[in-house]
Design a protein around this ligand. Structure first.
Ligand code: SAM
Length: 377
């Protein structure tokens, strides 16, 4: 495999030369630098000591955790022989010195920290390391669902998970049956599909966690560049699990675009979408620390800070109003978002932009008030 050297954050590493990223023998997507920036900031804020990058590819994510956060022990695992070899090379490139080596596991020292590169099925490794890791990162191709159970067992009971899902077509309802099979939930199509997809993903993790008497706290969850990303803190105990299940519920939407939702374990009306998470999508303390850190350190992408600001400012209420979609549904002229927002504020409602869509708003206003604002009333 032809290699080229690239830099991201504090790491240097080799990636395969390839025309298209999906043709490369080992996967590296530079667009995901924002995902990795936010993950590095999260690990920096949460200060886990043992971290697992379970699906590591080039090792970039794990290397960044080692070099840019206080984590003292970082595992980088991949099932592919070529990825394993490349991670070994990349750890050496960043100053790693071999301490112990076998065919499938190599332990390095990097400036007094431990880097463990391992080859094999992530599920096998996580099954072997019961309640060992403080933070587990799942960054697979497509759905993370096949790794959730073992991750919930390999992470400590008060540990953290970072979960990526890139199967947005499934979570957004383009492949409804795949969503039923993988996420045990009915997806919605249309303007609410991304937020609902993100909430289906969180809802699934919360439901999986509950069987281990683990509750979940969402530290940050977002959608961007055709993927979903969730950072969760686990809470130990049956009561905590019950509390997180009380945030599971359903969404409904009619032809006018009006939506409503309800927290309930089983849907009380027909044509429900879900089950999905109706709790918070971010934690204020965590967001403040993330924002503060992101202003102090050098990030790999110049878009990360602006995106974290947008997420921080966003009103955290379930679902949003897409002004273009509502205007289309009601045959109205599209008005400027700023004008609609000002109108709603004058009516006494809280309103912000949302990262889910540039034409949408989050507000505590009811649907009819939003419609009035769109009509210019
Ligand atoms: N986390 C990487 C990053 O930030 O650049 C990208 C990871 S890539 C999307 C997914 C990786 O998972 C691939 O390298 C693939 O070989 C690996 N993989 C797929 N199935 C696996 C399994 N069961 N166990 C371990 N690794 C697996």
């Amino acid at each position: 495999m032809e290699l080229k050297e690239v830099r991201e954050g504090a790491s240097r590493f080799f990636v395969p030369e390839a025309e298209r990223i999906y043709d490369a023998p080992v996967f590296y997507n530079p667009v995901m630098a924002i995902n990795r920036d936010i993950s590095v900031l999260a690990v920096d804020v949460l200060k886990p000591s043992r971290v697992l990058d379970a699906l590591s590819a080039t090792g970039v994510r794990g290397l960044r955790y080692l070099l840019e956060t206080p984590a003292g022990e970082v595992w980088m695992n991949d099932i592919k022989e070529e990825a394993f070899r490349l991670i070994l090379r990349n750890v050496e490139l960043n100053g790693g010195k071999i301490v112990k080596s076998s065919n499938e596991r190599v332990v390095f020292d990097i400036s007094g920290k431990k880097a463990i590169v391992s080859k094999g099925d992530a599920n096998r490794l996580m099954a072997e390391k019961f309640r060992y890791f403080d933070f587990i990162d799942l960054d697979p191709f497509g759905a993370p669902v096949e790794f959730l159970d073992t991750a919930l067992r390999a992470v400590k009971r008060r540990g953290f998970l970072g979960v990526t899902a890139t199967d947005t077509g499934v979570l957004c309802g383009a492949y409804r049956n795949a969503c039923l099979r993988k996420y045990l939930a009915v997806p919605i199509r249309g303007e609410l599909c991304h937020e609902a997809g993100l909430r289906i993903l969180i809802g699934l993790v919360a439901r999986y966690a509950a069987k281990y008497d683990l509750g979940v706290k969402v530290l940050l969850a977002y959608y961007r560049d055709h993927y979903f990303r969730v950072f969760l803190g686990l809470k130990s105990g049956a009561r905590k699990a019950d509390e997180s299940l009380s945030n599971i519920g359903y969404l409904w939407q009619d032809k006018s675009g009006k939506f409503w939702y309800s927290r309930e374990f089983l849907p009380s009306e027909s044509n429900a979408y879900g089950p999905l998470w109706l709790g918070e999508l971010k934690d204020d303390d965590f967001m403040n620390s993330l924002l503060k850190k992101s202003q102090e350190v050098v990030l790999a992408s110049n878009k990360t800070l602006e995106f974290i600001r947008l997420l921080s400012d966003e009103l955290d209420v379930p679902f949003h109003y897409d002004t273009h979609a509502i205007a289309r549904r009601h045959g109205l002229e599209v008005r400027k978002l700023a004008v609609i927002m000002e109108k709603l504020e004058k009516m006494g409602y809280r309103v912000t932009r949302t990262h889910f869509s540039p034409t949408s708003i989050k507000t505590d206003a009811p649907f009819d008030a939003v419609l009035d604002a769109l009509r210019g009333l």
